[in-house]
Design a protein. Structure first.
Length: 428
């Protein structure tokens, strides 16, 4: 019999812990490496540091005879890790640098959508501050200001009035707080509606849609406070009905795949469509070229099809006709963060109660910003842990997840108490 697969996961957050967990359940996976990983992933695989950037990672994959590499963060994809691996004949799950432009350049993404008739907010692109200002002054607020390049999730300002819009433009275009990434900006119309994340496995020609999820981006309850990487998520969401999913597939996902192939940038990997479901149908708020964090922490626990096989088929261009099986139950994830995140916060505080929370039925604890100090796990980042629970419905999933959260203690722990509450009828 052929030996089991040796897989490499690149990244070290909660998303990567969920990827590692899903792969560890596969009968086809023998060995899991993760660079750099985290103490949660270290329970199911070998975590290590590898020097030398994407070339170092490719050499590592060659040395360890890795059969499949999965990339979490967009930064590696924007550097061309998929291209480097491909050149060496190594199998990697994730888009090429040219295809990742859907996330790494908002200008590319907007112009691409215009070229292919994909619904999105109307917009203009500026690299001259005075011209941007003049345009913003003509618009009716609210309006949305976006840095063109990657800005660690902080490059978007939803400006409620002109003063906010001017301040955002000044920060990006004059003060250069995002460096080159913010010298060119997109100013776009504010879309009214409900947000949802629809992710799909794409093999260049074909796609398979995952169960939809909903993220909570703001730091505080009631969607107040600054934008973060995500403070919690749940799946499924009633906003994405089966007919809405069809509409998203036909008006967004399929045209993206066709358009990218036609433009010589075939898209393979995860396509993450951040959507606004408006009165006129779904519109794209943003594309990401990777799994969402924390969406992955609620999507993968519901996936019943073998994850390793899906990744292998995606990389092999064999997704046609593939269907995915989903656990009908709901999953909900609450992020336990360090107080102060996404701005200044302290790390190094001992985390207690992990074992008790992990022992709960239908609860999964995904490590994100943690470190090991001897026998003790300590906080080591803004988003510290993702606490996911499954339940017969969202109410039960939320109840379990919050019970587990209460078992886990660390100094300055902060979490939102209202994850999932906007979904119809939830009581807590
Ligand atoms: P992004 O990083 O592009 O996902 O933007 C961050 C958040 O800003 C999104 O999740 C939305 O809540 C909000 N946002 C971005 N663009 C728009 C838009 N055109 N209309 C309304 N809200 C938006
Ligand atoms: N949860 C939002 C993201 O992964 O970008």
């Amino acid at each position: 019999m052929a030996r089991g697969k040796r897989v490499l996961i690149v990244g070290g957050g909660g998303r990567e812990h969920a990827l590692a967990w899903a792969l560890s359940k596969s009968p086809f996976v023998e060995t899991i490496f993760c660079v750099p990983g985290n103490p949660g992933i270290a329970q199911i695989g070998t975590c290590l540091e590898v020097d030398g950037g994407i070339v170092g990672l490719a050499q590592f994959a060659e040395e360890k005879a890795i059969d499949l590499t999965v990339v979490g963060p967009e930064a590696y994809l924007s550097l061309g890790i998929a291209d480097e691996f491909k050149r060496r004949g190594l199998k990697l799950f994730g888009p090429t640098k040219a295809a990742a432009a859907l996330e790494t350049s908002k200008v590319f993404a907007k112009e691409f959508m215009t070229r292919h008739g994909i619904p999105t907010a109307s917009y203009q692109v500026f690299s001259d501050y005075e011209e941007a200002l003049a345009y913003a002054r003509k618009l009716e607020p609210p309006m949305v200001i976006k840095a063109d390049g990657l800005a660690a999730g902080k490059g978007v300002t939803v400006a409620g009035d002109l003063a906010e819009a001017e301040a955002a433009l000044r920060k990006m275009m004059v003060e250069g707080v995002f460096g080159e990434a913010g010298r060119t900006v997109v100013i776009e119309a504010f879309l009214e509606g409900e947000e949802a994340s629809v992710l799909a496995f794409c093999d260049g020609d074909n796609f398979v849609t995952m169960a939809a999820a909903r993220d909570h981006k703001r730091a505080y309850d009631g969607d107040r406070g600054p934008n973060t990487g995500g403070m919690g998520a749940y799946s499924p969401t009633s906003i994405i009905t089966p007919s809405m999913q069809k509409q998203v597939e036909e008006t967004i996902l399929r045209p993206v795949l066709k358009g990218m192939a036609a433009e010589g940038r075939p898209y393979a990997g995860v396509l993450y469509a951040g959507l606004m479901i408006t009165a006129n149908g779904p519109a794209v708020v943003e594309f990401n070229c990777r799994f969402g964090d924390p969406e992955t922490q609620v999507i993968l626990p519901r996936l019943q099809t073998d994850f390793c096989s899906i990744l292998a088929k995606t990389v092999g261009g064999e997704l046609e006709g593939m269907e995915l099986e989903w656990d009908p139950r709901s999953a909900l994830c609450v992020i336990l963060a360090s107080g102060g995140y996404p701005e200044d916060y302290q790390v190094g505080y001992p985390i207690d109660g992990l074992e008790a929370a992990e022992a709960m039925e239908d609860v999964l604890i995904f490590h994100a910003g943690t470190a090991r100090r001897g026998q003790q796990i300590v906080t080591d980042g803004g988003r510290v842990l993702g606490v996911t629970a499954l339940g017969d419905d969202l109410t039960q999933a939320a109840k379990r997840a919050y019970e587990a959260c209460e078992l886990i203690q660390f100094k300055n722990r902060h979490f939102r108490r209202d994850i999932g509450r906007r979904e119809g009828g939830i009581q807590r």
